[in-house]
Design a protein around this ligand. Sequence first.
Ligand code: NDP
Length: 457
Amino acid sequence: MTTVLVTNESRAKEYIDEVFSQLKQKNSHQPEFLQAAEEILFSLAPVFAQHPEYIEHNILARIVEPDRIVSFRVAWQDDNNQVQVNRGYRVQFNNVIGPYKGGLRYHPTVNESIMKFLAFEQIFKNALTGQPIGGGKGGSDFNPKGKSDAEIMRFCQAFMTELYRHIGPDVDVPAGDIGVGAREVGFLWGQYKRIRGSYEAGVLTGKKPGYGGSLGRKEATGYGLIYFVAEMLREKNESFLNKTVVVSGSGNVAIYAIEKAQAYGAKVVACSDSAGYIYDSEGIDLAVVKEIKELKGDRIKTYLNYRPNAEYHEGCTGIWNIPCDIALPCATQNEINGDAARTLIANGTKFVAEGANMPSDLEAINEYLANDIYFGPGKAANAGGVAVSALEMAQNSGRNYWSFNKVDEKLQDIMKDIYTESKEAAEKYGTPGNLVVGSNIAGFVKVANGMVAEGVY
Ligand code: NDP
């Protein structure tokens, strides 16, 4: 029996090595995608050891190759009547569990590697939510900063004029991400409706309540993160009460994470934007952050105009030097490297949970795991947004609206379930307390079983 297990283990490792080395060869120019794939693939060894049928079906080689990638030209006119050209993408990675589902990102750094890393992570995150949604992602290298409302509208219309033919309520359901909020989703939705000539509300999520949007979607990722961390804290007989928290970013995820953490009695002392971070030893005044970011679309450094005793520091990485009990990276990928992780550890941080997608690089994650930091990976911890997007799709299909409380209660249940499933999978596969392995495995097994059942295609 022991010999069989050892054989299975070594065969599993060999298989993963083989698939990853082919993946590296084919995608050597896509570092973000390889980083995301490496993190997931190597955590799956115990699953392949126990389920050789997944090797027989070559699930891994199939799951790392997207069903399709669409890339397209987006030509639009700026306010000076100049024609501008950007590149649009939609990566439809896997639809075994449901229609492709994942946000659209507008940011100058967007490229195929970033789209693929986000879409790949989304497969497992969406599976973890227990909702019927597959994995996808899209966006453009368009930079919305400094653009007028009319320019944003024209860009969104031009983007949808191509994208519409690839999506649909039962095919692929985009939503927002960095640079795409309710305003952009509104413009995208208007254009889709115009082209299709029918009211297919479930084609996009993140719409405003009142025309198909769900109450609670705006808050969902940030609140969901805090519900997830509350479970992590409970595990260690702790709570948010009087904990010092550092949150990076000051966008949609960060703002609602701060709101719920404060409601649970935490003191949030810092947040940031892409130019720098603020430190307020008395605790962040969230009404001020909302006014700056949600109402005025201004820089976070203007916080000092309202709270002159606070500090502003240029640059983003210094935020991790601030001593805290709980660190919540909620801005962007790779914002915590090995050095930043070591600083957090030296300062006594005990919990890190990711509101953003892949904000910790692999070295940082290894530091957390080796130094007794209880770590909630983004795939699990920030799944609240897409979970409520799935609830928005359910409301659209049923042509009804649920109350904020109903949505919020469902979100709390979903986040608890994700935590429990991830924790139990980690225990079952021999790495108790490792939520990276647990969440990867819990999500993967659901998709792999679906792929086995579907047969090869
Ligand atoms: P927003 O566009 O609303 O906010 C992003 C925030 O991060 C802004 O404060 C932005 O600053 C800051 N930021 C962007 N780039 C950098 C950088 N290079 N360094 C430091 N700060 C930066 O996006 P969201 O809040 O929606 O998304 C944040 C993260 O959460 C992303 O990783 C996203 O993929 C992930 N996520 C979002 C979900 C959602 O529902 N919105 C769901 C799950 C994950 P500035 O204002 O200067 O641009």
